[in-house]
Design a protein around this ligand. Structure first.
Ligand code: ATP
Ligand code: MG
Length: 238
């Protein structure tokens, strides 16, 4: 059979993915492809299985009951809601941990996230937003083909969040990883993603390709139309 070129070029392929906790299917037949360099945002109610899907893609759900096919690139980085920096290691050491002799690359990454000069700081000397920037630097210094992010800005104030959006877009344009971003924030999803998907009752129930011109503004009528369709899919009626 001739190979399917579409499948050969996907960064992520998920087929009929099932994950069960206590015999309850939290993911119940999820199919998802992510193209190289594509930015996908994942929305869903609390408890809908977003983190479960992300952990499956990250290979962090060893031992969990399930089935299905999962193809991900070899080089995957994960960013969580809290930065998970090691408190006993300085900022630069956190960024290059396990990379061996990558100090210069680490410095460049810190520069990219606007933290040049903070290499020797301890994590607890940084603000929450700065710590998340270190976490992004730590992910991107590894040049991942897939970046998985689970509500990475969820704990930040609104202004810092907006700044992080600008930074993330810039970093993704420069490094072009495929991205799966889990978020509760519909506007954040629309501002950042090429495609937004919605998980409900263990299945992907909606998909919106976002073709709005940059910079995307929530004041734009096209933006509001997409937002209402996504809120509908999330079961929120305004
Ligand atoms: N280790 C576990 N053992 C048992 N049940 C679990 C486990 N991890 C998750 N679950 C259950 O699976 C369901 C989906 O959880 P998950 O963390 O994926 O949701 P989520 O969509 O990320 O929610 P949130 O938006 O609140 O982060 C929840 O009902 C949760 O209780
Ligand atoms: Mg979650």
């Amino acid at each position: 059979m001739a190979p399917n070129p579409g499948l050969l070029t996907a960064a992520v392929q998920v087929r009929d993915l099932v994950r069960r906790y206590d015999d309850r299917a939290v993911l119940d037949g999820v199919d998802l492809d992510i193209a190289p360099g594509e930015f996908v945002a994942l929305l869903g109610k609390s408890g809908s299985g977003k983190s479960t899907l992300l952990r499956a893609l990250a290979g962090l759900d060893f031992g969990v009951d399930g089935a299905g096919e999962l193809v991900v690139p070899a080089n995957v980085s994960v960013v969580f809601q809290d930065s998970r920096l090691l408190p006993w290691a300085r900022v630069l050491e956190n960024v290059v941990l396990g990379l061996g002799g990558a100090g210069e690359r680490g410095r460049q990454s810190l520069d990219e996230v606007g933290l040049a000069g903070r290499e020797s700081a301890w994590p607890n000397e940084l603000s929450g937003g700065e710590q998340q920037r270190v976490a992004l630097a730590r992910s991107l210094v590894r040049e991942p083909e897939l970046l998985l992010a689970d509500e990475p800005f969820g704990a930040l104030d609104a202004l810092t969040r907006l700044k992080m959006h600008v930074l993330l877009r810039k970093l993704c344009a420069a490094h072009q990883p495929a991205v799966l971003l889990v978020t509760h924030d519909v506007d954040e999803a629309i501002v950042l993603a090429d495609r937004v998907i919605v998980l409900d009752e263990g299945k992907l129930v909606a998909e919106e390709r976002i073709e709005l011109a940059a910079p995307r503004s929530p004041a734009d009528p096209g933006f509001s139309a997409v937002r209402s369709r996504l809120l509908d899919a999330l079961g929120v009626s305004l």
